[in-house]
Write a protein that binds this ligand. Structure first.
Ligand code: PEP
Ligand code: MN
Length: 337
């Protein structure tokens, strides 16, 4: 429920209403604006009806939030949320590019790739230390050793870092080494993991599950935000459809939909979205053009020998060209790169 107060309502009036909302066991939200204050009440709306706030002398209007997700909805938070990975703001004017290998394989591989993406103008560094692979025989990642390598590469290049966390028990460890968590497509509905991340402060890049609707994605984000962590970045990475020509079908419709429906930043991963190196640049441009806040891109210093996702990883020169070619698209969409 959204409760819009009259302009003359004071902070004290708002506090009094907030206390009554909390007494009912609902979660109150306080959103002061330049002209008037807006309050929110999250929980069972039938309970709230008992407060009869619509007849309160300082309440202008009470409107229900009709979507099943509440805190991530634009209804309750009309302004864009800007989430910071380290010092890099995502969701503002800057079009943010996060780049790096699928998996952290070695010190040399990570250092060379980090330098290359930094030189080309990337803002953040990615790399997986815990890899959720379809086959149990595939490379599973270097674990904590990988996290140390990522941290060092981030420090050397001055890039903020992000890495995937696959289980709730690993959250404190990953939090120590990286600037942001990534929740992979296979874990988008791991609700224990989401709840645990909701109790952290560091940002979470939440990737859309390969068979998840955008509503499922927003509800997964709601798990994190409702636990107290507002720093969620939504990521479209392609879904499974009947089409098999590409690894996934990159659902760019989701970008304007998510931007309109939610205040959270939205980024696009054209690497997993297409699964084919040569399609990454065109789809990266398309993502910028349709209003995404940034990109997550796989780059490898030597893709031919990559231990995972080599076929979709860009060569460093290819990534540098992408960054140059992307600029006019970001500019046309009103962003800086
Ligand atoms: C990844 O980013 O390397 C990854 C495993 O992505 P996804 O979870 O989208 O498959
Ligand atoms: Mn990958």
């Amino acid at each position: 429920m959204i409760i819009i107060l009259k302009p003359k309502a004071t902070k004290q009036d708002a506090d009094e209403i907030i206390a009554r909302i909390a007494d009912l066991g609902l979660k109150p939200l306080y959103m002061p604006g330049t002209e008037r204050t807006v309050l929110g009440a999250i929980g069972d709306e039938r309970v709230l009806a008992g407060l009869h706030l619509e007849s309160h002398p300082l309440v202008e209007r009470v409107t229900p939030i009709l979507t099943p997700y509440k805190m991530v909805s634009r209804d309750i938070h009309p302004e864009n949320t800007v989430v910071k990975i380290g010092r890099v703001p995502i969701g503002g004017k800057l079009f943010v590019v996060i780049a790096g290998p699928c998996a952290i394989e070695s010190h040399d591989q990570m250092t060379a790739t980090a330098r290359a993406v930094k030189d080309a103008g990337a803002h953040c560094l990615r790399g997986g230390a815990f890899k959720p692979r379809s086959s149990p025989y595939s490379f599973q990642g270097l674990g904590i050793k990988g996290l140390r390598i990522l941290q060092e590469a981030g420090r050397k290049t001055g890039l903020s870092t992000t890495t995937e966390v696959v289980e709730a028990g690993d959250v404190p460890t990953v939090e120590r080494f990286a600037d942001a968590f990534q929740v992979g497509a296979r874990n988008m509905q791991n609700f224990r993991l989401l709840t645990k991340l909701g109790r952290c402060r560091k940002p979470v890049i939440l990737k859309r599950g390969m068979a998840a609707t955008v509503e499922d994605l927003l509800l997964a984000a709601e798990y994190i935000v409702s636990e107290g962590n507002p720093n969620v970045i939504l990521c479209e990475r392609g879904i499974r459809t009947f089409e098999t020509a590409t690894r996934n079908t990159l659902d760019l419709n989701a970008i304007p939909f998510l931007k309109q429906t939610s205040h959270l930043p939205v980024i696009v991963d054209p690497s997993h979205g297409t699964g084919i190196r040569d399609f990454v640049t065109p789809m990266a441009k398309a993502a910028a053009a349709c209003g995404a806040d940034g990109l997550l891109i796989e780059v490898h210093n030597n893709p031919k020998e990559a231990l995972s996702d080599g076929q979709q990883s860009l060569y460093p020169e290819q990534f540098a060209r992408l960054m140059k070619e992307l600029r006019p698209f970001a500019k046309a969409a009103g962003r800086e790169l």
